[in-house]
Ligand binder design. Structure first.
Ligand code: HEM
Length: 398
């Protein structure tokens, strides 16, 4: 009995201890053979009790990141309007015979994009744009599958702490809704326009990013952290995350309007810091979504604001928590934001080559992961053993 009590105490210490303690647990695996009762095999398996669920969430996040990349390639290759219907289940089977292809091609020929831009396109060229769009949708279905099936399995097997169940169900519903938003976006380009609405594109991109953030947040909540949180600094990283999401939303508008193809100079635009014609459209609000000059200008200004906020946050964390993992993460976030800005500037100056545009888009996703993990670490730790309540946090943070 005395032994069990001691083993439990050790386990708790390891659970809340963090990465290094978990590593120490693995390192001391050998010491089991030397008869240390504190390091039983049972104890080892509990040093990271939610590793499986956590890695499942990382896998979903990775697929969402790839999905964003394939979505970007679909847009950059002008493939997004090649499938004119939304068939969540039947659409999984692509055209298999020449007759199927001809039906699919006929449907595409009715779109304004084909009539005005791609008239005379060959079947072979159509197949290329078709496969991009089909691949993007197929990946969406795969993500649905790898989210829902393990969720049910973990749930039934009792592997999920209670606090995480509601957010996970919410995430699955939100993910399904994202598929619908994708179709809502495609629909906007099928009739009068030759491309999709930039506003719907930006909403679709930002929603994907919110799903990504939620997945990383939950995964990191299940991790064993070495450092205690610093809640008084956490709001700053939350602010950086909000600015980042806003920047990504505006980036979606830039991409949707092909605004990166115009005004390819930096740091000035048309030889001025503030170019003429920012409010050329009427009504005035239209400029913020439809005026390429204004949208590109907003993307530049919000990048500077984001960069300055990340810099100020880094200094604040270095002062208040110098030498900790938090301070190293704050530095990493700042370096990544600076690199992302440089990639954005290169994308602009080089007039949006596909490789740079994709690197810039993927950089946004990498940044999201870094900022979310940093924010989660600054917040109080989740009580991992908690079976009750939503998001119960460890009140013993330093
Ligand atoms: C530092 C933070 C930045 C972030 C997080 C960011 C993020 C993004 C995102 C997510 C997109 C949409 C990509 C797509 O849907 O394909 C985008 C587009 C774009 N951004 Fe940024 N951006 C940043 C800074 C900049 C800067 C400083 C510039 C240049 C001055 C810039 C230039 C562009 C251009 C030209 C596009 C359009 C690319 C295309 O058409 O594919 N970005 N940005």
């Amino acid at each position: 009995m005395g032994y069990v009590a001691r083993a439990t105490a050790c386990r708790d210490k390891q659970t809340f201890g963090g990465f290094t303690i978990a590593w120490r647990g693995i390192k001391t695996r050998k010491t089991i053979h030397f008869g240390n009762p504190m390091n039983t095999a049972h104890d080892m398996s509990n040093s990271d009790p939610h590793a499986l669920v956590r890695w499942w969430l990382y896998t979903i996040a990775l697929f969402v990141a790839v999905m964003v990349l394939v979505g970007g390639a679909t847009r950059l290759t002008d493939s997004g309007l090649s499938i004119t219907e939304w068939a969540p289940v039947a659409g999984i089977i692509p055209p298999l015979t020449p007759a199927d292809w001809s039906v699919e091609f006929d449907k595409y020929r009715t779109t304004t994009e084909y009539q005005t831009i791609n008239k005379g396109m060959s079947l072979e060229a159509f197949k290329v744009i078709f496969w991009w769009e089909w691949g993007h949708r197929f990946l969406g279905r795969i993500i649905g599958l790898i989210a829902v099936v393990p969720l049910i399995v973990f749930w039934v097997a009792g592997k999920l702490p209670s606090w995480i169940k509601l957010p996970l169900v919410g995430m699955v519903i939100f993910g399904g809704f994202q598929g619908f938003i994708g179709w809502w976006m495609v629909k906007s380009g099928l009739t009068e326009r030759v491309d999709v609405s930039q506003l719907r594109l930006a909403i679709h991109l930002t929603m994907a990013c919110i799903i990504f953030v939620a997945t990383i947040w939950l995964a990191r909540s299940l991790a064993v952290h070495t450092e205690d949180g610093r809640p008084h600094l956490a709001w700053q990283s939350a602010a950086v995350l909000v600015l980042l999401l806003l920047q990504i939303f505006i980036g979606g508008l830039v991409a949707g309007l092909d605004a990166g193809m115009a005004y390819n100079t930096w740091p000035m635009m048309e030889g001025a810091w503030v170019p003429q014609g920012l409010f050329a459209m009427d009504p005035i609000l239209l400029n913020f979504t439809d005026n390429a000059k204004m949208v590109q200008f907003m993307h530049r200004v919000s990048a500077y604001v984001l960069w300055a906020a990340a810099f100020a946050h880094m200094i604040s964390v270095m002062r208040n928590a110098g030498g900790t993992t938090h301070s190293r993460r704050a530095i990493a976030v700042f370096v990544l934001i600076s690199a992302q800005a440089l990639i954005g500037i290169s994308t602009l100056i080089l007039q949006v080559p596909m490789s740079w545009a994709l690197a810039h888009q993927f950089g946004g996703v990498v940044l999201l992961a870094a900022v979310t993990a940093h924010w989660r670490a600054l917040r109080p730790k989740q009580v991992l053993s908690s079976t009750k309540g939503f998001g119960r946090l460890n009140p013993t943070y330093g």
